[in-house]
Design a protein around this ligand. Structure first.
Ligand SMILES: [Zn+2]
Length: 463
């Protein structure tokens, strides 16, 4: 008797041959996939306590969001259509700088609920401030059943830009406290919750961290086999900063201070040039593409097809509530598939298959978890998502990969499974009370706005 069988589905395996099975089935036992094949074969060999019908559904590996700001879910839509400096200085930093650990917990629940319901099973959170209560956030990951890499931010400077972009006081942290908290979180949480929690280092961008601190953290990460993530080359000013201060490109600077390697995920890369690509390839550094955030904040369009061509492992991320403003990987996949075609004037650029790889197997590699997640294969953890095709926007389904990338959205997700545990069943969250999550986020968000004295701008009169 196995734990779970899903049968009758169109299975996009993402295995090494990229097989797609019609009328396919998957058997799960002890958190892992023990068989993948045609439904009649699997049903002959196994019986299960729980059976889920995959009829009229597409089964895909759980989506992997490699760039998430959990704390920003609760400040969704607070700073739309404004320039980057005021975006940070007048809204995002001020709001985040007024967070309490309770706000951090509530925002993490809101964010994780949205991710699970839209088919994200693993994520990399990039910068947790001590204000957000990292311990409480780890508890939310444990309780909700999702798989999460949680990066504690570290910094020792207040930002590179001119006087007017100095970081909000509430966002500044002491470097040695950052290190101490990260190490103690690592001792306490690494591998906890059946191996679903991972503790990473979340570097602030060059300009907010000294080369010495980068090097110190790089050493600690190597010794402890920990991951590091950092925003790099997001805006033009990032290039000007490393050029003027160190006479280096962002990638050269990152390499020299230890912020490159197989355990490193660098985010955005909008202003990374082809001359820098070999540094990523040689060091095995991963690139996380966030097309929605880059487009909305008018940062630009990263050279993603060119990076893939050069051999860089590129994954995908939704970024945050004020920059995207949703945590729905289907939206992100769609945009990643179309935005580069518009830029290159070539419809063969970024085919649907490539984008699905970025959201699954490439994400798994970026997190150093490709042995466990990223595809539907025997021996891997059962992180699975069923997409319901009996919906207007998915009818008809001639090519399942095409529909997943170009037509689907998060609301088409019917079932989300992590570690063999059903977390979303028939579109309903099993480990969170959805109504309560929404209500609490509304209440606390309103109080936060008042406490931080931030007024939401509208171009139209609102009575
Ligand atoms: Zn970000």
């Amino acid at each position: 008797m196995t734990d779970l069988i899903i049968d009758g589905a169109t299975v996009i395996t993402m295995d090494t041959q990229r097989r797609i099975l019609t009328d396919g089935a998957v058997a799960v036992e002890d958190q892992r996939i023990i068989a993948v094949g045609k439904s009649h074969e699997i049903k002959q060999k196994f019986s299960a306590e729980t059976r889920i019908s995959g009829r009229n559904k597409i089964l895909i590996p759980g989506l992997i969001d490699c760039h998430v700001h959990l704390a920003q879910a609760m400040i969704r839509g607070t700073a739309d259509d404004v320039d980057l400096i005021p975006w940070l200085r007048d809204y995002v930093w001020v709001l985040q700088g007024n967070y309490t650990p309770e706000d951090g917990r509530v925002s993490a629940e809101l964010c994780i609920a949205e991710m699970l319901k839209s088919g994200t099973t693993s994520f990399l959170e990039s910068m947790i401030h001590k204000r957000y209560g990292m311990d409480g956030i780890a508890q939310v990951v444990e309780r909700t059943g999702i798989r999460g890499c949680l990066s504690k931010l570290f910094m020792d400077w207040t930002g590179y830009a001119d006087e007017e972009a100095i970081m909000y006081e509430g966002m500044i942290e002491d470097p040695q406290e950052c290190i101490a908290e990260t190490l103690s979180m690592h001792n306490k949480w690494q591998g906890a919750a059946d191996g679903r929690v991972f503790i990473w280092w979340g570097a602030r961008t060059p300009g907010a961290v000294s080369p010495e601190l980068y090097r110190q953290v790089a050493d600690l990460a190597r010794k402890r086999h920990m991951g590091i993530t950092m925003h790099l080359g997001e805006v033009k000013e990032d290039v000007e900063y490393t050029k003027s201060q160190f006479n280096q490109s962002p990638a050269e600077f990152a390499r020299d201070v230890g912020m490159m390697g197989k355990n490193v995920v660098l985010v955005h890369g909008v202003w990374i040039t082809p001359e820098e690509f070999p540094i990523y390839v040689e060091t095995g550094t991963h690139m996380c593409h966030c097309p929605a955030s880059n487009a909305k904040l008018a940062s630009g369009i990263a050279l993603i097809p060119e990076m893939l061509e050069a051999g860089i492992n590129v994954c995908l991320g939704c970024d945050g509530g004020p920059s995207n403003n949703a945590y729905d990987m289907f939206r992100e996949m769609f945009l990643a598939a179309v935005i580069h075609k518009a830029r290159t004037l070539d419809p063969l650029t970024m085919p649907a298959e490539t984008v699905l790889e970025m959201a699954t197997i490439n994400g798994a590699k970026a997190l150093g978890l490709e042995k466990d997640i990223g595809s539907i294969e025997v021996g891997k953890k059962a992180d699975l998502v069923l997409v319901n095709t009996t919906q207007l926007n998915l009818a008809p389904t001639y090519n399942p990969v095409s529909n997943i990338i170009y037509a689907a959205n998060g609301f088409n997700v019917n079932t989300t499974i992590v570690n063999g545990q059903i977390l979303v069943h028939e579109g309903k969250l099993m480990t969170l009370d959805e109504e309560k999550v929404i209500e609490t986020a509304r209440e606390r968000g309103q109080k936060l706005l008042e406490r931080a004295d931030v007024k939401i701008q509208s171009r139209w009169q609102r009575d």
